[in-house]
Design a protein around this ligand. Structure first.
Ligand code: SF4
Length: 121
């Protein structure tokens, strides 16, 4: 079979024309580096994505703090993880790197804060 993938590993966004059989990649073209083939193989066997979002902060100088996952998760679990993130509410202060949800849904990825939010003084 043939399919074109857009590599999302770096900002180059290479369009990779791929020939494959099942999960076996027979040939790739259009990738500027070997990571493109690895990405295509991953997409065919176990597609993963990372998430950036935000959570509600109480008593903070800002009402929200941005968060992200420490590791990509299976693509088909994104909705479940977003639901878990949307239910989080913390009280300021929060600091960059603070773990908000450890091992979210048992997926071996943590949700961490990516923006400091001070408490209202
Ligand atoms: S193939 Fe390499 S250069 Fe192209 S987008 Fe992927 S990582 Fe970047």
């Amino acid at each position: 079979m043939k399919r074109t993938f857009t590599c999302i590993v770096c900002p180059n966004g290479c369009e990779i024309d791929t020939e494959y059989e099942g999960a076996r990649v027979l040939s790739v073209s259009g990738n500027l580096c070997p990571k493109g083939k690895t990405y295509v193989t991953q997409e065919l066997t176990d597609p993963r994505r990372t998430i950036a979002s935000s959570i509600r902060i109480l008593n903070g100088e800002l009402p929200l703090a941005s968060v992200r996952l420490t590791r990509a998760i299976p693509k088909d679990r994104i909705f479940d993880v977003m639901k878990a993130i949307n239910g989080i509410e913390l009280t300021a202060p929060v600091v960059i790197g603070q773990v908000v949800l450890q091992n979210v849904l048992g997926l071996d990825s943590d949700v961490i804060i990516t923006k400091n939010v001070n408490a209202i003084s």
